[in-house]
Design a protein around this ligand. Structure first.
Ligand SMILES: Nc1ncnc2c1ncn2[C@@H]1O[C@H](COP(=O)(O)OP(=O)(O)OP(=O)(O)O)[C@@H](O)[C@H]1O
Ligand SMILES: [Zn+2]
Length: 393
């Protein structure tokens, strides 16, 4: 990917105060007066004022971005302060959006802040994104990422993405007009429960700064049309090894949203797409999720398990895991199936992708079948990894 044209036109003037404030930018040849005026004219939206959003918003503000939008619905929790440095001790319990606005204003009073104090969803995303030149994503969940991606593709906006977990970070710029989108890289969300979140696995606070500032760096380059943008490249950072590398990401001609024959031509239900499960189900799945390979080993070794498929009969007919028996999810939710549960065998549940089985798992754990587990990724994961000759649906 070579240099792209600037995203925004320069503002008419910088005031004398602004010239003083941005002097260390103005004397960089690649930025200069024209670049700084572009930043002044720029409208950047940051989704989330959390771990990545904190450094992103602070540096975007300090850099002189003229208008900063913040989408955030949550309040500041004490456990946020280890990394969400835009908020402080006295902000605990406050709206994150307001707390972030106050910090931005303190860093740079010339930045105009627009608050969107709501959860970004399919029914507000187009209206909100329409007001901005570029989107920086600081969120931590797959449903929002696919939502942001699809909206950016439909509106042709660059999507500056970052992701963090423990000591590992990734960043990229998705812009379907010039390269791949997020779905080209990750066509499907991971099966629920398979990828732990930072809330489950933790995250090094300073990693947010490493990745968030890379996102700001990319945003500034795109706004000004300088340098090599991270379009079509994925940056992978390992803070423990202190290494980073970039790998090429190709545009997928079959991509569901930016490919030749897109199947996603309007926004969808992202929570359902990502198989968002209830908190009870998530908790049950933690530590009680097995992989297709593990299940295969158990089956091959003749382990004393009862493999129960909780899908509907029509689905079961299409494809099954050998040795499984069918008891649809509702039989468990109504309590009827519990009487038939074996006391002397370990129960292993599966469904299509792992969402329904996690729900049933919560029911079984609550009923005392504490050692029961479910198959992460469901029968789809099984077919992909173990029996690829079988059909999926
Ligand atoms: N759809 C969304 N709309 C608006 N804000 C969102 C959306 N999804 C996530 N966020 C916000 O993005 C931020 C993500 O940041 P981060 O993961 O660091 O924080 P957190 O959710 O507060 O952390 P934890 O889950 O560890 O308690 C959060 O403040 C969250 O409220
Ligand atoms: Zn794509």
């Amino acid at each position: 990917m070579s240099q792209l044209p600037p995203l925004v036109e320069p503002a008419a003037e910088l005031t004398v105060d602004e010239v003083r404030r941005y002097s260390r930018h103005l004397i960089i040849p690649d930025v200069g007066m024209a670049g700084q005026k572009r930043l002044k004219n720029a409208k950047v939206l940051c989704v989330g004022a959390g771990g990545l959003g904190s450094p992103a918003l602070m540096y975007l503000a300090a850099a002189g971005v003229g208008t900063l939008g913040i989408v955030e619905f949550d309040t500041v929790d004490e456990s946020n302060l280890q990394r969400q440095i835009i908020h402080g001790q006295s902000d605990i319990g406050r709206s994150k959006a307001e707390s972030a606005r106050d910090s931005v204003k303190e860093i740079n009073p010339y930045t105009e802040v627009v608050l969107h104090e709501e959860r970004l969803e399919a029914d507000n995303v187009m209206e909100i994104f329409g007001q901005y030149d570029l989107i920086v994503d600081g969120t931590d969940n797959f449903a929002t990422r696919y939502l942001v991606n699809d909206a950016c593709v439909l509106l042709n906006k660059p999507y500056v993405w970052g992701s963090i977990y423990r000591f590992d970070g990734q960043a990229s710029v998705f812009w379907s007009e010039h390269g791949p989108c997020y779905r080209c890289l990750y066509p499907e969300p991971p099966p629920p429960g398979m990828v732990p979140s930072c809330a489950e696995g933790g995250v090094l606070g300073v990693l947010c700064a490493s990745i968030g500032s890379i996102q700001v760096n990319e945003a500034i380059k795109l706004l000004q049309g300088i340098g090599e943008p991270l379009v079509g490249r994925l940056m992978i950072y390992d803070a423990l090894e202190m290494t980073y590398r970039t790998v090429k990401v190709r545009k997928d001609p079959e991509c569901a949203v930016c490919g030749k024959n897109p199947t996603v031509t309007e926004l969808i239900d992202y929570e359902a797409f990502c198989g968002v499960v209830s908190e009870e189900a998530q908790e049950a799945a933690l530590g009680s999720t097995i992989t297709p390979r593990q299940l295969k080993e158990w089956l091959d070794a003749g382990e004393n398990i009862d493999l129960i498929d909780v899908r509907e009969p029509g689905e079961y007919e299409i494809v099954q895991i050998p040795g499984s028996r069918l008891i649809p999810k509702n039989e468990f939710l109504m309590g009827r199936a519990l009487e038939d549960m074996p006391q002397d065998k370990r129960i292993v549940l599966n469904c299509k992708t792992g969402v329904r089985s996690a729900e049933v798992l919560a029911v079984l754990h609550a009923a005392g079948f504490k050692d029961s587990v479910h198959l992460g990724g469901g029968v789809i994961g099984w077919v992909n990894q173990i029996e690829p000759e079988k059909p999926v649906y």
